[in-house]
Design a protein around this ligand. Structure first.
Ligand code: COA
Ligand code: MG
Length: 307
C-alpha cells in the first residue's frame, strides 16, 4: 500500500482544480470550457443548507448531460459528521464522476467509511471496484493533521491530498490564516508541509489550497510558484481566471527544462569519465540533482502544451 504502482487509478495531470458551486448550472457549464485539469463540483461550503438536496441532483444531472471537455469530474461531498455525505454519494454516483473530494477528515476511519460506501455504490452502478478516486482534504481539522500518515494510507482510491487553512483556522481559534504581508503563519505552514510529506510518503500527489483574492494575479502566481517549487503538483482555483496562471506555473519553465537537459548531458559525460559527483554551473551536483533533473524533464513532457 505504499506506492502509486499498486493504485488501480491511473495517474493524470492535475495542475488546476477549479471549484464550482454545485447548485449553479451556469457556473458548471462555464467551468467546462476553461481548461482546468479537474473540476470540483461542490456540495459543501459553496452551497447553502437549504440547497443541499437540490444541489446533489443538479450535480448528478450535470455529470450526466454536460461535456466536460477532458476535465476530470470530481464532486466535493459534505463532511461525514453532517449526516449528508452518504446521500451525496448515492445521488451523484448515478452520474459516474471520476472521484470525490472529502472534506473535514478526522482520521483514517473517515476515509474507510467513504471507501466502503463507494465499493457498495460501485457494485450497484456497475462500475469496477476501486475505480472511483478520492482527493483527501486532510488538514481541515487538528485531528487530521495528527493522523495524517494513517489517513494517507487508508485507501488505495486516494490519488491526492489537498491542504487548506480556513477550516483549520476556525478549529484552532486562529484570528487570521495569513499574516498582514500575505505570508502563511507557522501553524499553517506546518499543515502545508505535513500534507506534502504524507502524500510523498505514499506516492500520491499533494495539492495546494485556493488563493481567494481572484483579482490578485501576481499574488496567485507567487503562492503557486512557491508551492510548485516545494513539490506540490497542482493548486485549487475558485475562479476561471486563475486556471491559466496555475496551469502555467505547475509545469517547469523553459529555462528549468533547458537547465535540466544540460545537467543530464553533463551527467552522461561525467559518468563516462567515471565521476558520479561533478561540477555543473560552478556547483557540485550528484545523484539527487540528476534525479530531480529527470523529473523536471518528465513533468514537462506530461503537460499538454509546451511551457
Ligand atoms: N466556476 C465557473 N464559473 C465561474 C466561477 C467558477 N468557480 N467563478 C466565476 N465564474 C463565472 C461567472 O459566473 C461569470 O460568468 P458570466 O460572465 O457568464 O456571467 C464569470 O465567470 C466571471 O465571474 P465574476 O463576475 O468575476 O465573479 P462572480 O462574482 O460571478 O463570482 C465567486 C465570484 C467567488 C462567487 C465565484 O468565483 C465562485 O463561485 N467561486 C467558487 C466558489 C466555491 O466553489 N467555493 C468553495 C471552495 S473554496
Ligand atoms: Mg471548507
Amino acid at each position: 500500500m505504499s506506492t502509486r504502482d499498486h493504485r488501480p487509478i491511473a495517474p493524470r495531470l492535475r495542475r488546476s482544480l477549479l471549484f464550482v458551486p454545485g447548485d449553479d448550472r451556469h457556473k458548471m457549464e462555464k467551468a467546462c470550457g476553461v481548461g482546468a485539469d479537474s473540476l470540483i463540483l461542490d456540495l459543501e461550503d459553496a452551497v447553502v443548507p437549504d440547497h443541499k438536496a437540490d444541489a446533489r441532483e443538479r450535480v448528478r444531472d450535470a455529470l450526466v448531460a454536460m461535456d466536460f471537455r477532458g476535465s476530470e469530474r470530481l464532486v466535493r461531498i459534505n463532511p461525514i459528521e453532517t449526516g449528508l455525505a452518504l446521500d451525496d454519494l448515492t445521488v451523484t454516483m448515478a452520474g459516474h464522476p471520476d472521484g470525490y473530494v472529502v472534506p473535514k477528515l478526522r482520521s483514517e476511519d473517515d476515509v474507510r467509511f467513504i471507501d466502503r460506501a463507494l465499493s457498495t455504490l460501485e457494485a450497484i452502478t456497475h462500475r469496477p471496484q476501486g475505480s472511483v478516486g478520492l482527493v483527501l482534504l486532510a488538514t481541515e481539522t487538528p485531528e487530521a493533521i495528527l493522523n495524517i500518515r494513517r489517513i494517507a494510507q487508508a485507501s488505495l482510491r486516494s490519488v491526492a491530498m489537498m491542504w487548506a487553512s480556513e477550516d483549520l483556522s476556525n478549529a484552532i481559534g486562529a484570528r487570521r490564516s495569513r499574516k498582514v504581508d500575505g505570508s502563511i503563519p507557522d501553524v499553517f505552514t506546518f499543515a502545508r508541509s505535513a500534507c506534502l510529506l504524507a502524500a510523498a510518503a505514499v506516492g500520491m500527489e499533494a495539492l495546494d489550497m485556493p488563493f481567494f483574492d481572484f483579482h490578485d494575479d501576481a499574488g496567485l502566481e507567487r503562492e503557486a510558484r512557491e508551492a510548485a517549487e516545494m513539490g506540490f503538483t497542482g493548486k485549487a482555483a475558485i475562479h476561471p481566471a486563475q486556471v491559466p496562471i496555475i496551469n502555467r506555473v505547475f509545469v517547469p519553465t523553459r529555462e528549468e527544462v533547458e537547465e535540466a537537459n544540460a545537467l543530464l548531458q553533463a551527467a552522461t559525460e561525467a559518468f563516462a569519465r567515471g565521476q558520479a559527483a561533478f561540477v555543473f554551473n560552478g556547483a557540485m551536483v550528484d545523484a539527487p540533482h540528476i534525479n530531480r533533473a529527470r523529473k523536471i524533464v518528465a513533468r514537462a513532457a506530461s503537460a499538454p502544451t509546451a511551457p
